[in-house]
Design a protein around this ligand. Structure first.
Ligand SMILES: Nc1ncnc2c1ncn2[C@@H]1O[C@H](COP(=O)(O)OP(=O)(O)O)[C@@H](O)[C@H]1O
Ligand SMILES: [Mg+2]
Length: 229
């Protein structure tokens, strides 16, 4: 049976989501999480290592499924999406910035960045150019990931997520490999793009300065979600 929410304004709604990883000793990484994310809302997710941050991002990206509870997207229960629907949602609506970049080693930075746009048949070279210039990697675009620094790979991964103008950006410690100034500059760029295109943002960060650029701060403690104020 489809679970339909009574509220209509939410983009994403988590209703008592729990996630347990099975195993000899099962790990409950998320415990009855309730959360509503409205369109264009930007929120920072704080929490110690192992608290459940990446697990939550993976659920939001439909990379993994909750063990209990409901995840609603536009008031539809995402657990009822077919594999095709889930893939198309991920491709069209989500930009994921992974903790370890996930750039394809056999493609140049430019090819890595434009791949999602090509999959969607919506190339925007002007946006690619302006973002690369802003991020300071415009003259590195024709190099392979192993030919640039970790920080430059990270910036390419950020641009890759932004250029397709998704509805939601999920960023797992997007500034972890950048120095403080560069990190804040990149976070500023992400926020600017999100505001321009009405993109929602969930950003895992350990930086209080980066967290302050978001409209709302949340903290995960041992799988439970709290407002951080
Ligand atoms: N695939 C997995 N299998 C089993 N346990 C996992 C898996 N992924 C994460 N965990 C466990 O779930 C908890 C939360 O992990 P994670 O979401 O990665 O935390 P964070 O991103 O906050 O560091 C940790 O105890 C971690 O060891
Ligand atoms: Mg993590």
């Amino acid at each position: 049976m489809n679970y339909v929410s009574s509220t209509t304004q939410s983009f994403i709604k988590l209703d008592k989501i729990s996630k347990t990883y099975p195993g000899a000793v099962p790990v409950t990484a998320l415990k009855k999480i309730d959360l509503v994310i409205t369109a264009g809302e930007r929120l920072a997710l704080l929490g110690k290592s192992g608290s459940g941050k990446s697990t939550l991002l993976n659920l939001l990206a439909l990379i993994d499924k909750p063990s209990r509870g409901h995840l609603l997207i536009d008031n539809r229960d995402a657990t009822t999406f077919s594999e095709k629907e889930a893939t198309s949602y991920r491709r069209r609506d989500i930009g994921f910035i992974f903790q370890f970049f996930n750039l394809l080693p056999t493609l140049t930075l430019r090819e890595n960045i434009t791949l999602p746009m090509e999959l969607l048949a919506q190339k925007d070279d002007t946006l690619l150019k302006s973002l690369s210039r802003e991020a300071g990697i415009e003259n590195k675009l024709d190099r392979y990931p192993e030919e640039v620094s970790g920080g430059e790979q990270q910036r390419a991964a950020v641009i890759r997520a932004l250029v397709k103008k998704p509805r939601l950006i999920l960023a797992d410690e997007p500034t972890g490999n950048l120095d403080l100034d560069t990190g804040l500059h990149i976070v500023g760029l992400m926020n600017e793009i999100c505001k321009t295109f009405g993109t929602a943002l969930v950003m895992v960060t350990h930086s209080p300065d980066a967290a302050d650029t978001c409209g709302r701060r949340l903290r995960i403690v041992d799988g439970c979600l709290f407002p951080d104020d």
